[in-house]
Design a binder for this molecule. Structure first.
Ligand code: ADP
Ligand code: MG
Length: 270
């Protein structure tokens, strides 16, 4: 097996994620995302926002290789994504996971090693070492043997972050990790993101929390089937820009000098 450093260009200035003219969808909706072009630099932290049905999850699935794309190109760390899916870690939206599936925290994280190991071999000693380290890093060691059904929302997010990192991911896609968790768990997830940013990992994170998108990210990608905006928070978090995606589902408050945006999560934005 070749190692990432010998097959990719990620030591140099290749963008982490380069998406060109991408369209993807499903049999009933072939262009759920349509003609997207954007480039994310290595180590950047990007918030992906847009109303329900905007195609955020579809974009993640296309980048992660879970659905075929109908048009365009995706490259990760300078490599065509068909050969570089292993550099992409994907933390799915929580409602896409069957939490009753009887599997332990340890096993879920170990699943992340499957792409690293030859699939026909048994786990190697270093796979176990990687999993142990990640459980420790994400404060999950004490839950290693627990069934995932018995975890809190915040712990569940961290297990899936650990699984994604077990792949040696350089790019992490996180689909609405803050939805349905309390403030403390949200803060823990943010602390984890800081740790990953320190390690140079590129993060693309979907959220309905527009305040956080404007505050804690280098750039914001605004999506509604098409790319509406991709720029710094100062530029994207403007009423006119946001309304192009959210329409009536956007509420704007003025609090002193600060403008506060709230997106109605149920709103389709039409
Ligand atoms: P978001 O994550 O921004 O809420 P999605 O990517 O889930 O949006 O959905 C984008 C569009 O694709 C929606 O119109 C949705 O109904 C459709 N869609 C999503 N998943 C499927 C699927 N498995 N089969 C058919 N259509 C789907
Ligand atoms: Mg989604």
């Amino acid at each position: 097996m070749t190692t990432p450093s010998s097959t990719t260009k990620h030591g140099s200035n290749w963008p982490a994620l380069d998406v060109k003219n991408l369209s993807a969808g499903y049999p009933g909706d072939k262009r759920a995302i349509n003609h997207l072009t954007f480039t994310i630099q290595s180590g950047e932290r990007v918030a992906l926002i847009g109303p329900n049905g905007a195609g955020k999850s579809t974009l993640f699935k296309a980048i992660g290789g879970l659905i075929p794309f109908t048009n365009g190109e995706i490259s990760v760390m300078g490599e065509d994504c068909r050969s570089s899916h292993a550099f992409v870690g994907y933390v799915p939206q929580q409602n896409e996971i069957d939490w009753s599936f009887p599997v332990t925290v340890y096993d879920v994280v170990m699943m992340g090693r499957a792409r690293q190991s030859r699939w026909f071999s048994w786990w190697r000693r270093d796979d176990h070492a990687v999993v142990h380290d990640l459980l420790e890093q994400l404060n999950l060691s004490q839950f290693a043997n627990r069934q995932i059904s018995q975890l809190s929302g915040g712990q569940r997010r961290r297990v899936f972050i650990a699984r994604a990192l077990a792949q040696d991911s350089r790019v992490l896609l996180m689909d609405e990790p803050f939805t349905g968790v309390d403030t403390a768990a949200e803060q823990e997830i943010m602390n984890t993101l800081d740790l990953l940013t320190e390690q140079g990992i590129t993060i693309l994170l979907a959220t309905h929390d527009l305040g956080r998108a404007g505050r804690d990210f280098d750039r914001v990608l605004l999506l509604k089937r098409q790319l509406i905006g991709f720029d710094t928070p100062q530029i994207v978090m403007q009423p006119n820009m946001l309304r192009q995606a959210y329409g009536g589902a956007l509420t704007v408050f003025q609090q002193g000098d600060e403008t506060i945006f709230i997106a109605d999560e149920r709103g389709a934005g039409d």
